[in-house]
Write a protein that binds this ligand. Sequence first.
Ligand code: AHR
Length: 531
Amino acid sequence: MLALRVVFVTVASVAPAIAAAQTAPATATDTVAVSIDVSKPGAKIDRNIFGQFAEHLGTGIYEGVWVGPDSPIPNTRGIRNDVVAALKAIKVPNVRWPGGCFADEYHWRKGIGKSRPATLNPNWGGVIEPNTFGTHEFMDFVDQIGSEAYLSVNIGSGTPQEAAEWLEYLTTDQPTALAKERAANGHSAPYKIPYLGLGNESWDCGGNMTAEYYTRQMTIYSRFVRNFNPAQRDTGKMLRIAVGPGGGESRWTDWTETVMKAWQGHQWSWDMEGLSLHNYTVIKWPPAYASVGFGEKEYAEILQKTLEMDGLIAKHSAIMDKYDPQKKIALVVDEWGAWYAKLPGSPEGFLAQQNSQRDAVLAALNLHIFARHADRVRMANIAQMINVLQAMILTNKEKMVLTPTYHVFKMYVPFQDATFVPVTFDAGTYTQGAITLPRVDAIAAKDAAGKVWMAVTNVDPNRPATITASVAGLTPRSAAGQTLTAPRVDSVNTFEAPTTVAPKLIAPRVQGGTVTLTVEPRSVTVISVQP
Ligand code: AHR
C-alpha cells in the first residue's frame, strides 16, 4: 500500500517550507506539482467507504430521521422529506443501524407490529425508547434514500435464536410464520440485507468479552444467523462483519490476531467476510475539545490526531495479511469521525456537537487514507449521520442544515467505485507550535467513464497553494471542480446562517498538458480532468 502512497517529503523540501510557514504573509502561495499516473491503476475505491452510521442515540433517529406520520414536518410514512432529499444527493451506499452500543441491548420484536412497548436506552441518557422506529421503518428509510442496510445484531444481551429469527423475518420468501408476520406488518416481499454486524464493541459496551469468548460467540452467530435473500450488489452474498479492534495498542492487535487466526482455521460451517475497526478522533477522554469557538492550535492538534488513522489501518492490515494474504476479509472502519465535548446545554449522552471547516478537512483526510488502503478497507461508516458526533445534517424541529462534512461527502461522490490511481507530490509542511503536518494531501481516481478525478486538501489554514497537475499518458483538454473553504477554521453552518461553509465552483486552467488551480487555505477541492 505504501507503494501507492508516494508522497515525497524530502529533507531539502521540508526545511524551506517550515521557514516559509513561520514568516510568509497570509497571501503567499507555493506551487505543488502533482503528477497522476493513470497507467498504474490500483484497487477499486469501494463506494461503501462512504457509508453512514445511524444509532438510536440522542436525536439521531427520533427527530433527525423519524418525526412520525402525523408530524407537521413534511414526511413520507413518518420519515422527514428534507433529510431524505439531502441524503439521496450524497448517494449513501449503506447505513449501519441500530447501533453502536444500542445494538447489543436492542430486541427487534419490540420494534415491529402495532403495539410497540416503551423501553429504555440506558447507554445514551437513559431516555425512553418508544420503538416507533423499528425494522420496517428502517428498511423504508434505507429504501427512500436509495441505500442499503447494514444491520448490527445483538450478541451482548440477545441470543443466536433471536438474531436468526430477525434475519428469517426479514429475508425469507418461504411461507413461514415469521414471513407471514412480516407480510401482516406490511411487507410481503423479502427484504435485502447485504451487510450484517456480528455484535458491536464486544470488548466494551457489547458485553465486555475477551477476544476468545467473542470469537466463540461470533462463530455461533455466523453459523445460525442465515440470510435467505443474499443481496450484496456485487457478490450476491451477505457480508458478515466481526467485531474488531478499537485502537492500536497490544490489547487491540491481540484482538485482531485472535479473530483472524480463528478465521484462518475456520471450518466450512462458519465464515466471516469483514473485520470492524473503530477509531474516533478524540484527544482527551471524556472528550474535552470544543466543536465551536476553537483556534488554530486545536485545529492542528485534531488534524494531527486524525492522521493516526493511517498507521492504525496499516498495523491491523499487516496482521490480517498474515492470515489472509488474498485479502478476502475486508477491514470495515464502521465507526470513525471527530468526537468533541458535548454542546453546552445539550442533554447528557446525546453526543451533540457542531461541525466546522476543521471537520471538512478531517473528513477528506480520512477518506484519502481509506482510498489509499482500498485493497483492504472496503467499507467505512462515519459516526454519525444526523445530529450526533460528526454529522452530515443537523436538525431542529422543522429546520435542517447541511454541515461542512456533508459537503465533502457530496463532492467525493465521483470517487465511489472509481479506481484508485497513484499521485506523487511534495506535500510540504504546515507548522503550528510543536506540530508539523503535511501541508497538502491529494488522491486521484479514474471513474468508469474514463474521467480522472483529483481531490486536494490544503491543511494550511493561512496559505493558499498553487497546484500544477499533470496526468501521465493523458493530455488534459478541460477541467472543472468545486472547492470548500470558509472564513475561519472554526466556521460552521447554523440554522440562521446555513451557507457560511458551502462549495464553490472553480475553473482550473488547462494549458500545455498541465492543470493549474489555486487551493485556498483550510480547503477541500475536487476536480475532474477530461482528455
Ligand atoms: O458512536 C457512539 C458510540 O461509540 C457507539 O455506540 C459505540 O459503538 C462507540 O463506543
